[in-house]
Ligand binder design. Structure first.
Ligand SMILES: NC(=O)N[C@@H](O)C(=O)O
Length: 178
C-alpha cells in the first residue's frame, strides 16, 4: 500500500525537481534569474530540457481515480513537467532498478496541488491519478515523444522514446486502509 505524500523538494529529488515550493525569501536569495517588483515577480524554477527535439506544451485532463496502478510509463529521451491547473492530481513515481524495471522500493506517490508542479527526469517511471474530480494539467514534454506515444496507443506501434512496465501498486486512499 503506497501512502500519498505532500510534495517536497527533498522527497521528490530522486525523481526530478519539485516546482512552486520556494518561499518568498528563498526566491529572492536564489542565484537563478529572477525579477521582483510591485506589479509582478518572476523567477526561474527550472531550465527544461527535451534534448534535440522541440519542446511541447500539452493540455492533459486526468480522470482516473482508481487506486490500483497496474502499469508505469517512462520517457527515455526527455524531462516531463506536470503542472496542475484546475485540481489536484496524485503522481506515482519510481526509479529504475538494476533489471531496468521500476524499482519496487522506490515507488512513492505525491499529491500535486494547483500552484505546484514537478519536472520528472528522463526515465522516471510514473502514473497519474485524481483524488476525486477530473483535473486539467499543463504538461511540458518532447514533441517526438508524444508522437511516438500516440502511435503506440493508437496503432500498437513499438515505443521508441518511452517504456511501459507492469506493476502491482495500490494507493492508500483512506486512513483506515492498512
Ligand atoms: N503525453 C504523455 O506523455 N502522457 C503521459 O506521460 C502521462 O503521464 O500522462
Amino acid at each position: 500500500m503506497i501512502v500519498i505524500e505532500e510534495l517536497s523538494a527533498a522527497g521528490f529529488a530522486p525523481y526530478g525537481v519539485a516546482l512552486g515550493l520556494a518561499a518568498g525569501d528563498d526566491r529572492r536569495a536564489s542565484e537563478q534569474p529572477a525579477w521582483f517588483s510591485h506589479p509582478s515577480d518572476f523567477w526561474q524554477e527550472h531550465e527544461f530540457r527535451t534534448g534535440t527535439e522541440a519542446t511541447q506544451i500539452l493540455w492533459v485532463i486526468y480522470r482516473n481515480a482508481d487506486p490500483a496502478i497496474t502499469q508505469l510509463e517512462a520517457h527515455t529521451m526527455t524531462e516531463q513537467a506536470l503542472l496542475p491547473l484546475t485540481g489536484e492530481v496524485i503522481q506515482i513515481v519510481a526509479a529504475t532498478g538494476a533489471d531496468g524495471r521500476p524499482e519496487p522500493a522506490s515507488i512513492r506517490a505525491f499529491r500535486l496541488r494547483p500552484g505546484q508542479g514537478i519536472v520528472m527526469s528522463p526515465g522516471c517511471w510514473h502514473a497519474t491519478r485524481i483524488p476525486q474530480q477530473p483535473a486539467t494539467c499543463a504538461m511540458l514534454t518532447r514533441s517526438s515523444t508524444t508522437r511516438d506515444l500516440i502511435s503506440h496507443l493508437s496503432q500498437g506501434a513499438p515505443l521508441a522514446e518511452s517504456r511501459i512496465a507492469p506493476v502491482n501498486i495500490r494507493l492508500q486512499v483512506s486512513l483506515n486502509e492498512g
